[in-house]
Design a protein around this ligand. Structure first.
Ligand SMILES: Nc1ncnc2c1ncn2[C@@H]1O[C@H](COP(=O)(O)OP(=O)(O)OP(=O)(O)O)[C@@H](O)[C@H]1O
Ligand SMILES: [Mg+2]
Length: 228
């Protein structure tokens, strides 16, 4: 079964949508659209009546709402919905919420327990960068984190910052799918692109396709190929 990304044009690159209950890594340089893409995905989930969870490690709920307030894809309404839970793991309140789930195993077990006991269908984790606050050995624990999340019955987007598109990391190999955002600086301007690097079980369009912002958020121009 496929799940809509909520980003106009994107689903056409992946045979109509993301495969349900799988884990996708979303990577790209600063300001390339990762958070906006994931916010559109969560909003789409809420609109479809799904139970949704947005886990953040560097933005408060207010900051995220503010960042998305220029767009009209309905994020504010989604944020006010009972179907969307927001977990900020940096605040005391967020930490208290997550420590109520599971008794051992740290963040990985607790997040999985939270997802399972709340029946979460769609989940965004923004981002891997601050996982280092929870893990003592990042390269060891990120493997367990991804493996455990892959086994939940939730469709998960995990944002992983990366500035060098040629240097892959463990999460790219472990994920069911990898989506890259690109910023191409040209004479005085910037062209945005999105590229599906892999998606198991799906015949993908792996070319870089042009991405643009409008008042409706991001959209993918499936007919416009961007040269890297
Ligand atoms: N309507 C718009 N037109 C052009 N650019 C926009 C528009 N709205 C937002 N932006 C730019 O898009 C970027 C925000 O994208 P977003 O927050 O989704 O990126 P990100 O990949 O999550 O970045 P980071 O790695 O910093 O978290 C900002 O640089 C913002 O200035
Ligand atoms: Mg972001």
């Amino acid at each position: 079964m496929r799940v809509s990304s909520g980003v106009p044009g994107f689903d056409d690159l992946v045979e109509g949508g993301l495969l349900k209950d799988r884990l996708y890594v979303v990577s790209g340089p600063p300001g390339s659209g990762k958070t906006t893409f994931c916010s559109q995905f969560i909003t789409q989930g809420v609109k479809e009546g799904k139970e949704c969870l947005y886990v953040t490690m560097h933005e408060t709920k207010e900051e995220l709402s503010e960042d998305m307030s220029g767009f009209e894809f309905g994020f504010d309404r989604a944020m006010q919905s009972d179907q969307l839970q927001f977990l900020n793991l940096v605040t005391e309140a967020g930490k208290r919420t997550i420590t109520q789930f599971g008794t051992d195993g740290g963040l990985t077990n607790r997040l999985v327990a939270f997802i399972e006991s709340n029946g979460i269908d769609h989940c965004v984790i923004d981002s891997t960068m601050l996982l280092q606050h929870f893990f003592s050995d990042m390269s060891d624990e990120i493997t367990g984190f991804l493996s455990a999340l892959k086994q939940t019955e939730a469709t998960i987007l995990l944002i992983s910052e990366m500035t060098d598109p040629t240097s892959y990391s463990d999460e790219h190999y472990l994920a069911h799918g990898v989506i890259f955002f690109h910023n191409f600086l040209d004479s005085g301007g910037m062209t945005r692109g999105v590229q599906v690097i892999k998606m198991r079980g799906t015949a993908i369009d792996s070319d870089i396709r042009e991405l643009s912002f409008s008042d409706q958020g991001l959209r993918v121009h499936t007919d416009r190929k961007v040269q890297g």
